[in-house]
Design a protein around this ligand. Structure first.
Ligand code: AMP
Ligand code: ZN
Length: 460
């Protein structure tokens, strides 16, 4: 069985062959830590976690290296720090913001059942590598210093007579059109209107580091160079998979390719570029102004993380998702059922009917359809397949207990009412027994009678 992945660059689905089968290497752009992550940010986290798990299943746990960065230097971080901690020196305030937000991000994605990546590099710990790449780009004639900035010239890249990729190839744009369509109010120090920033001067009080290119003033990196530097440090000049949301294709990933390929004279940076589609909420684009901006943190108050995970995976990763309450409720009911039948069962090997669609460019919606069929035919395979996908991290009792807790149902009180009802039924007082059943239903508790007695659960 072979794995096939869709590559944004070649725009086709190809058989995946790692550069080195003992060391499969994947990089995914991580969060900029200035605020709670929203449910859209959870999509790449969950999608690439499934891919990470699948690769580990295929190549062995010790043979897959997954790098997801943390961007901890950014204007948005500076603004938030100044706003939230006005009394502190900016650098201290920034540290507080990045520590708090980074910690919250981990708590959120752990709850979604995402494994921690092999390495989570921070941008501020890779300034040396960024300077090195910038120096190489200047030496190669792809970048230049001007007014304390260093800029990359896509036109110099495309004029170079070599095996370099064409700037614009990843995002399928032509540089000539970009030049023609560029804004007119381009910064005066730019030679070309599509030139982008590799390094820029810091304002007083902002985080700053010694600059490359002989620039005297201290400065800070642009966003794109961070990922080129971290990917290089942890995965090398050329690696297997690079992922992120579809919004990152241009300019972020186009610029990463340009920087890395020009610095190291490479034809490719990653062999497979994978991008998840966008998530919208109840058919609307999620935005702060529309007031439909949902954080993972808020959702986790109402739903177990695995419900959010299942809800995300019901849609193929390249399609857009419409995130709705109705679909969440359905996902919760499905998981309640799977926990009841499979959580305490000794898991078997994951079923071929689940693994095969995953091998076809991570077709999780087909894999989930296969899980539904297994429920009636092979429960150990259902249990093993669910675990492969990152579900069933709890026992059936823990799951039910959490549901009860979240609903505010007092289990002792429920048990007491059920014994009263059993006694009423024994003395054939069906009026009283029905009254108690209705009372329980009012509390959100569903009961089921069988020959072995009465069981109950919190109804969703
Ligand atoms: P950011 O912190 O905005 O750079 O985003 C972190 C990751 O979340 C990137 O991979 C984005 O592409 C992804 N992302 C942001 N918003 C959405 C969304 N609404 N749907 C899917 N992915 C998103
Ligand atoms: Zn990135």
């Amino acid at each position: 069985m072979e794995l096939r992945l869709y590559d944004t660059l070649s725009r086709d689905k190809r058989t995946f062959a790692p550069l080195d089968a003992k060391d499969v290497r994947m990089y995914v752009c991580g969060p900029t830590v200035y605020d709670f992550a929203h449910i859209g940010n959870a999509r790449p986290v969950i999608v690439f976690d499934v891919l990470f798990r699948l690769l580990r299943h295929l190549y062995g746990e010790a043979h897959v290296k997954y790098v997801r960065n943390i961007t901890d230097v950014d204007d948005k971080i500076n603004d938030r720090a100044a706003r939230d901690f006005p009394g502190l020196p900016l650098n201290e305030a920034i540290r507080k913001v990045t520590e708090q937000t980074g910690g919250q991000f981990h708590a959120d994605v752990d709850a979604l059942g995402a494994l921690r990546p092999s390495v989570e590099p921070r941008a501020t710990e890779h300034i040396v590598e960024m300077r090195e790449i910038i120096e190489r780009l200047i030496k190669g004639g792809f970048a230049y210093a001007a007014e304390d900035h260093v800029l990359f010239s896509p036109q110099a890249m495309n004029a170079a007579n070599s095996d370099l990729p064409r700037y614009g190839a990843l995002s399928n744009r032509s540089l000539d059109e970009m030049v023609a369509g560029a804004r007119v109010d381009v910064a005066p120090y730019k030679k070309g209107n599509t030139d982008f920033v590799l390094w820029k001067p810091s304002k007083p009080g902002e985080p700053s580091w010694p600059s490359p290119a002989g620039i005297k003033a201290e400065g800070r990196p642009g966003w794109h160079i961070e990922c080129s530097a971290m990917a290089w440090k942890h995965l090398g000049e050329h690696f297997d998979i690079h992922g992120g949301g579809i919004d990152l294709v241009f300019p972020h990933h186009e610029n990463e390719v340009a920087q890395t390929c020009c610095a190291f004279h490479r034809e490719r940076m990653a062999n497979y570029w994978m991008h998840n589609g966008f998530l919208q909420v109840e058919s609307e684009k999620m935005s702060k102004s529309l007031g439909n901006f949902i954080t993972i943190h808020e959702l986790l108050k109402d739903w177990p993380g695995e419900v959010l995970r299942l809800n995300m995976l019901k849609t193929h990763y390249r399609s857009p998702i419409d995130w709705t309450m109705k679909s969440l409720e359905e996902s919760a009911r499905t998981l309640d059922d799977w926990y009841r039948v499979a959580a305490d069962v000794e898991p078997g090997a994951p079923a071929a009917s689940v693994v095969e669609p995953l091998l076809d460019d991570l077709n999780t919606s087909l894999a989930i359809a296969a899980l539904h069929s297994l429920r009636g035919s092979d429960v150990p395979a259902l249990a093993g397949s669910l675990r492969l996908l990152g579900f069933l991290s709890e026992s059936a009792a823990q799951w039910e207990g959490r549901k009860q807790q979240a609903s505010g149902v007092d289990a002792g009180e429920v048990e007491r009412l059920i014994s009263e009802r059993t006694a009423a039924r024994a003395r054939k007082d069906f009026g009283e027994s029905d009254r108690i059943r209705d009372l329980l239903a009012g509390m959100g508790v569903a009961i089921k009678d069988s020959k072995d007695g009465t069981t109950w659960e919190v109804a969703r």
